[in-house]
Design a protein. Sequence first.
Length: 189
Amino acid sequence: MKIVFATGNKDKLREINEISQGSGIEFILPEAGFNPVEDGLTFEENSYKKAKEAVRVSHKMSLADDSGLCVDALNGAPGLYSARYAGTQQEKINKILKELEGVSDRSAKFVCVMTLLDENGEILHVSKGECKGEIAEHQSGVNGFGYDPVFVVENYGKTMAEMSEDEKNQISHRGRALTDMLNFIRTLH
Ligand code: IMP
């Protein structure tokens, strides 16, 4: 079964297909012209907007995700704006570390919401995954992407960037949201 995954990012597509291996489901890129506007006020709204745009160009069942890092001491920031918080990834990490200088409550979570639409744009299922942890004092690890080097996973005592891809997929917000979504998709056929 082929389902459009609403992204222009081939690495994300590869990661999603890796987690889905053996499920009989293959995710493919949207048709040309995919250009989502992420101006929603929640992860739910943005994932819906992305999936709707994928249905518009592809006319097929489409799945989208929206994710971000929410830091308690920053009132949930960067949250929806995680991708646009600063210029480069390193600048984003530096900004978080600076904002948390001297702050003792460093608790944070990654959130991922996925929305599945049918070929007419009707909602079939929404899933959500969270991964709790805290922001380290210093970055460590070279794997993964984004804020991984400063996110220490609860009960693991290491950053996401110190985990293998497999290990991260087992406990990550995206891995959890996708597991729930795949369970739903299996009920469709
Ligand atoms: P989006 O879901 O593609 O809109 O991306 C949201 C942003 O959140 C990314 O650009 C990253 O900065 C951050 N983010 C989301 N998931 C992760 C993750 O697993 N590790 C590190 N950063 C992440």
